[in-house]
Design a protein around this ligand. Structure first.
Ligand SMILES: *Cc1c(COP(=O)(O)O)cnc(C)c1O
Length: 369
């Protein structure tokens, strides 16, 4: 059974037929075969993050990516701690929303949506406020597709002895991240982004020493990082509460396919090619990308509504959907934009097909008017 359309969205995204097939069986959560698969994917995640088992340990959390972020914030920051949130988009803002709900003392540095987080500004803030214990940042802000300077920001955070929490939801597995070399303490992603699995859980790669300090700290029973890890570790591969067994199997298959593709570097190269084709195709059709090239990630691209043709997003969206291509609306309050995702089981020929359809759309609209 083939899909009615290809998803050019940042997750859930288009998965391979083999990833979908992996969900066709039912599994027992405490059976050793199932737990062995959980342990195997934990090992593979250590490798994807370039981390050693000695210093890092991965765990899973049921729910979408936000559950993983909320679990991490709520379990890691002690009641006398204080979180600095670096924001340049909706997902950075969501971290602030979580901190508010959980009554975590926090402050934010807010940058423009079209500007990267500035490590110098972060440095100044950390120097001036010694009560800050933790710093949170989104790596690839999916709101616009902007890539934040992870290496430079991590250097500042570590030189100033703070704990780093990185939301790498839309980049982990699709952009190489040397988690251990950068000394990231907690890095969060989810099953349905660049690993190319289906939605159902998030995962957190934790620095062991820091996770060990989190016992009894959580502000929630189900979203407790330490407790979740402890069960998974002691009863190797057992999830604390019902695990999404089908999603786990799809994820195991997706990790296998990531390795077969040539690992994160090869996937990154494919996404970069996808992005290049999209930008060239849309530029040719008279569209303008929202971000300058050098700030753009290969994950998702934001385009301004065009001014050379009468434009209505719904109409454009439906035209492309009929052609079997689903794009994403914008998420900016101060600019009229839409987005095109480059991640998932999508390839150069799909992006060329999209470009052709958009060119056709522009031609038809011009003709009609
Ligand atoms: C997808 C995403 C999330 C999580 O969103 P969910 O809807 O909860 O899966 C968080 N941060 C970023 C940067 C994302 O791209």
């Amino acid at each position: 059974m083939s899909n009615p359309y290809l998803l050019l969205t940042p997750g859930p995204l288009s998965t391979t037929a083999t990833v979908k097939e992996a969900m066709q069986k039912d599994w027992c959560t405490w059976d050793h075969e199932y737990k062995a698969i959980v342990e195997q994917i934990r090992q593979q995640l250590l490798e994807v993050g370039c981390t050693s088992k000695e210093h890092y340990t991965p765990l899973f959390m049921q729910g979408s990516g936000t559950f993983g972020v909320e679990a991490t914030l709520g379990s890691v920051i002690p009641s006398d701690g204080k979180l600095l949130i670096l924001q340049n988009g909706a997902y950075g803002k969501r971290i602030e929303d979580i901190a508010k709900v959980l009554h975590i003392p926090h402050l934010s540095l807010v940058f423009e949506a079209n500007a990267q987080v500035d490590p110098l500004v972060v440095e100044r803030k950390l120097a001036e406020d010694s009560s800050i214990t933790h710093v949170a940042m989104v790596h690839c802000e999916t709101t616009t597709g902007i890539l934040n300077p992870l290496e430079a920001v991590m250097e500042v955070i570590k030189r100033n002895n703070r704990i780093a929490i990185i939301d790498a939801m839309s980049s982990f597995g699709g952009i190489p991240i040397a988690v251990e070399e950068l000394q990231i303490d907690f890095i969060i992603s989810s099953a349905n982004k660049c690993i190319q699995g289906v939605p159902g859980f998030s995962f957190i790669l934790c620095k062991r020493d820091e996770l060990m300090k989190c016992k009894g700290r959580a502000r929630s029973l189900s979203l407790d990082l330490y407790d979740q890890w402890e069960t998974m570790e002691k009863d190797s591969g057992k999830w604390r509460f019902t695990s999404p067994t089908h999603v786990v199997h799809a994820f195991a298959q997706a990790l296998k396919e990531l390795a077969e593709e040539g690992g994160v570097e090869a996937r990154h190269a494919r996404y970069c090619t996808n992005q290049q084709i999209v930008v060239e195709g849309l530029t040719q059709a008279g569209f303008t990308a929202y971000l300058p090239r050098e700030l753009q990630s290969p994950i998702i691209t934001t385009f301004l509504y065009p001014t050379h043709i009468p434009f209505e997003f719904e109409h454009f969206y439906n035209f492309l959907k009929l052609a079997g291509l689903v794009i994403y609306p914008g998420k900016l309050t101060d600019a009229h934009v839409f987005r095109i995702g480059n991640i998932g089981d999508v390839h150069a020929n799909d992006m060329e097909r999209l470009s052709e359809q958009i060119l056709r759309y522009v031609g038809e609209i011009k003709y009609e008017n």
